[in-house]
Design a protein around this ligand. Structure first.
Ligand SMILES: NC(=O)c1ccc[n+]([C@@H]2O[C@H](COP(=O)([O-])OP(=O)(O)OC[C@H]3O[C@@H](n4cnc5c(N)ncnc54)[C@H](O)[C@@H]3O)[C@@H](O)[C@H]2O)c1
Length: 261
């Protein structure tokens, strides 16, 4: 369903962002739109997704909302085909949608494991796969996937499924990058530290507001990250300035990994 739309005649690239209604994905959508790209804001949260498109439009940018559940291969295939037919291709994919549910090992069922992998890892491949033929034909494309320091470097207790999926994202990035390099397509990852979003501020599933502020004391830069801190790195990785970077997952964590000993 596509109801909200903001347009600017000058929009150049077409950028698809998953999980873009709130948090880091929303920040990425805003950053690409601010840089003159047309952004397809996708999410299962329709009202928040429409609000993101309206915010982009108010700022003079170009965007549209499309509902996309990354657990659906048919939805991903259909949306990518429709955007390609209408706009001539997808230039950038930001595979950002993710969940991080707290589940102690004793309760970690097959279903919970599979749900997390289906969204956090396979959900990325599902959206990337149908866009590859077009990118290959045009010999151009940039893909950025969201990993996490809790998978890239740290383990996270009661989130073993999440750490495993996010470690998988590092492998997804590396594998895709090597296979696609000769086709002019770059694939990179970002591993955020503690970023102030609904995910981090959830008492049930993560640190909660108080825990997040306590964690900030351990971050060398002395503060939590904001969605914009990640969004600008995603934007850079998808830009011509990053033309010789592929297969990398970059930690963006205010110095947390190098400062914790
Ligand atoms: N916030 C952090 O501190 C942090 C740290 C490391 C990694 N990350 C990663 O960054 C990404 C964004 O995280 P965030 O903090 O903005 O989270 P968030 O919870 O604020 O937003 C996640 C978005 O993904 C969407 N989503 C969930 N399931 C979906 C599905 N099946 N299909 C489509 N969309 C779906 C949600 O609706 C939401 O809009 C995630 O992959 C997350 O794991 C976040």
């Amino acid at each position: 369903m596509r109801t909200a739309r903001a347009t600017a005649e000058t929009a150049s690239r077409t950028v698809l962002v998953t999980g873009a209604a709130i948090g880091i994905g929303r920040g990425a959508a805003m950053a690409f739109a601010a840089g003159g790209d047309h952004v397809v804001v996708t999410d299962i949260l329709e009202a928040e997704g429409q609000a993101c498109v309206e915010a982009i439009g108010s700022a003079g940018g170009s965007a549209e909302f499309a509902r996309l559940d990354v657990t659906s291969t048919s939805e991903a295939d259909a949306l990518v085909a429709e955007i390609e037919a209408r706009r001539g291709g997808i230039d950038v994919i930001v595979a950002n949608a993710g969940i991080a549910h707290r589940v102690p090992l004793a309760d970690l069922s097959d279903a919970k494991w599979d749900e997390t992998f289906d969204i956090d890892l396979k959900g990325m491949f599902r959206v990337i796969r149908p866009a590859l033929a077009g990118m290959r034909a045009r010999r151009s494309g940039a893909i950025v996937c969201l990993s996490s320091i809790m998978g890239y470097a740290y383990g996270w207790d009661e989130h073993v499924h999440y750490s495993s999926a996010k470690a998988g994202v590092v492998g997804l990035v590396a594998g895709l990058a090597v296979e696609l390099a000769k086709d002019g397509i770059r694939v990179n990852g970002v591993a955020p530290g503690y970023i102030r979003t609904a995910q981090l501020l959830s008492e049930k599933n993560s640190l909660g507001p108080e825990g997040a502020e306590k964690a900030a004391a351990f971050i060398p830069m002395g503060r939590l990250g904001e969605p914009e801190d990640i969004a600008e790195v995603i934007h850079f990785l998808a830009s011509p300035a990053a033309r010789y970077i592929t297969g990398q997952t970059i930690a963006v964590d205010g110095g947390l990994l190098v400062g914790r000993y």
